[in-house]
Design a binder for this molecule. Sequence first.
Ligand SMILES: *Cc1c(COP(=O)(O)O)cnc(C)c1O
Length: 446
Amino acid sequence: MPDAPGSPLAVRDGGLVWHPYAPLDGPEPYAVEGASGVRLTLTAPDGERFEAVDAMASWWCAVHGYRNPVLDAAAHEQVDRFSHVMFGGLTHEPAVRLAERLTEMAPGPMAHVFFADSGSVSVEVALKLALQYQAALGRPNRQRFLTVRGGYHGDTFAAMSVCDPVDGMHSAFPGALARQVFAPRPPAARLVTTPTGEDHWETDRLALDAWAAEVRPLAQTHTDELAAVVVEPVLQGAGGMHVYHPDCLRVLREVADEHGLLLVVDEIATGFGRTGRLFASEWADVAPDVICVGKALTGGYLSLAAVLMTREVGDAITRSEFRALLHGPTFMANPLACAVANASVELVETTWKDHVPRVGRLLAEHLSAAAALPHVADVRTLGAVGVVQLTSPVDVTRVTRAALRRGVWVRPFRDLVYTMPPYVCTDDEVRVIAEGVVGAVAEVHA
Ligand SMILES: *Cc1c(COP(=O)(O)O)cnc(C)c1O
């Protein structure tokens, strides 16, 4: 039974509302009293209150911070016009404008846009689209996907099937998931920025060559059944915050070309500047056939994602039996979400180059202290992403609390305490985040 009104929110929440990947009787959540700028005001289950810099940017979305005046104005303006209309047979300025913007800014010659209502659904659409594309070319048997281990592409069934087969919940759904073709995870790499500001990638070249030497024959073996390569470019996010060399993406582009596969890049986490390029595919100078974007697309205001594709892909589907991309969510191209996305994308374009390298430099500088801690296996940064990897699983409850006492909200997973902060964090706020992470790890995993 729900508790009487007036009881703490966390108690009313407990046993009533599911939280992501959490049991109903899991640790009680913190209640958000407010969110403004880059700060959250939180009440702990025991009543203690915290003001914390959001080192998570609400799962990597809120790049411009909360109650951003530009995004607020865009939302208000659109609410005063209309918040939603169906997209079947109708169109509107916010959607068309956003499609124009996205095709202009995306890497490679993107010609068409399909709007979806979440990242996972955009991945579903991209996978569906690949099957339709192959069928249109007279290759209906090509229904599987080549991907790499360690990936994360969402929680719906087709998206789950291309997530890491060990860590990606496959064991919970035996028999229900399509069986995809998994190449090894690309070897780790590191982006090193010299004092003069030049970037160069470091990796174990022998390991990279060995990886490529496994991927090519794998594609050859399955060539007649593969429709596409699906991959997160350069940074694997929820699959382990793993950074790999852009050359691996180039190899996957070559493999795709050799075997007539589409290259689908999932830029849902990496898009809009996060890795230090507007899109992570740009690190490899690779032009994908299909791109999924989401997360930061609306600056964290509303759920929206998009699938971008080349003219060639669009043409093939147009010539096919069905002529249409066989998908159509109820809230497709929601005008309110599109209006905020237009404002957010414009802000990204005008500000990311000022913010991301600055945030990245400060994270690298202030997180480096973690490398000397006893249970830390690795410290790495890429763009506005900072990762401290431990030698064993993180004590999430205690590290969360220890970070909050230092004014920082983090949500560690597995052996990782990481940050993907809002781009608009001041130098001081980035320092608070990094010192909070290092201090919390030092205290809890002493
Ligand atoms: C978050 C994420 C998704 C899923 O997006 P949702 O909006 O949560 O469905 C897919 N791919 C990547 C790379 C992601 O980071």
